[in-house]
Write a protein that binds this ligand. Structure first.
Ligand SMILES: N[C@@H](CCC(=O)N[C@@H](CS)C(=O)NCC(=O)O)C(=O)O
Length: 239
């Protein structure tokens, strides 16, 4: 089975959570929109008038005859198929729950640079962004990281959020922590000592052979200021 991943070609964005799962699973996939005519193919797939289950927005994944949208939904599907989540109902639901909480973090990170409207340029909402980011750094990052640290403590692990094996939630926590470190380097450096287990997961994931080789490859798009995790110095001034 060769998967077709549809996502914007020049950013990590939400597609990166799916890329990480596909890479760790070691399965064949095409990152469709990165081909020369890829964005057109993506729009055609998204707007196909005969699609039974049209996705609202990228990322979406073609798996045989299925077209699956929503990041957490795609990961739930891949997790079950490629042993990246527990097989039992309770463990699968728990992994999905953690993923949805990580999706909440991602949405809030997006709002730090687009607090008024996604359709406006960053430059048109800079003042509001500064205020939003101040609260995000002081209150929201610690609240979310406290939560994931507690989950890891409960699980007795500094490598896995769920049980004793890697799940897609670990891959996604790696991505969220990496993104936060990119976008908010000062805040994250100050907070780091409080979250040894969360940072342990990040290190454990980046050292996995398939992930390490992916991160070193050209398939991994560098963080940039078009994506979700953006480094705007004014949104994370030194303390
Ligand atoms: N909840 C969806 C959000 C999808 C989403 O917002 N995709 C962005 C790119 S990261 C997009 O292209 N949005 C277009 C739009 O919302 O109009 C998910 O997690 O997949």
């Amino acid at each position: 089975m060769r998967y077709l991943l549809y996502y914007w070609p020049s950013i990590q964005g939400r597609g990166e959570f799916v890329r990480l799962a596909l890479e760790e699973a070691g399965v064949a996939y095409e990152d469709v929109a990165r081909a020369p005519d890829g964005v057109d193919r993506m729009m055609a797939a998204m707007q196909a008038p005969d699609a039974a289950h049209p996705p609202y927005a990228p990322p979406f994944l073609q798996a045989g005859r299925m077209l699956i949208g929503q990041t957490a939904n795609i990961l739930q599907f891949l997790g079950r198929r490629h042993n990246l989540a527990p097989a039992g109902e309770s463990g699968a639901l728990w992994t999905h729950q953690l993923q949805l909480t990580l999706a909440d973090v991602v949405a809030e990170v997006h709002d730090t640079h687009h607090p008024i409207a996604s359709g406006l340029y960053y430059e048109d909402q800079r003042e509001a962004a500064r205020e939003c980011a101040k609260h995000f750094r002081a209150e929201r990052i610690p609240k979310y990281l406290d939560y994931f640290e507690r989950v890891l403590e409960r699980n007795g692990s500094d490598e896995h959020l769920v049980g004793r094996k890697l799940t897609y939630a670990d891959l996604s926590l790696f991505q969220v922590v990496s993104g936060l470190q990119y976008a908010f380097p000062h805040a994250m450096a100050a907070l780091a000592p409080r979250y040894p287990r969360v940072l342990g997961v990040k290190v454990a994931v980046e050292q996995r052979p398939r992930i390490a080789s992916y991160l070193a490859s050209s398939r991994r798009i560098p963080f940039n200021e078009e994506g979700i995790f953006r480094r705007y110095p004014e949104l994370d001034p030194p303390a």
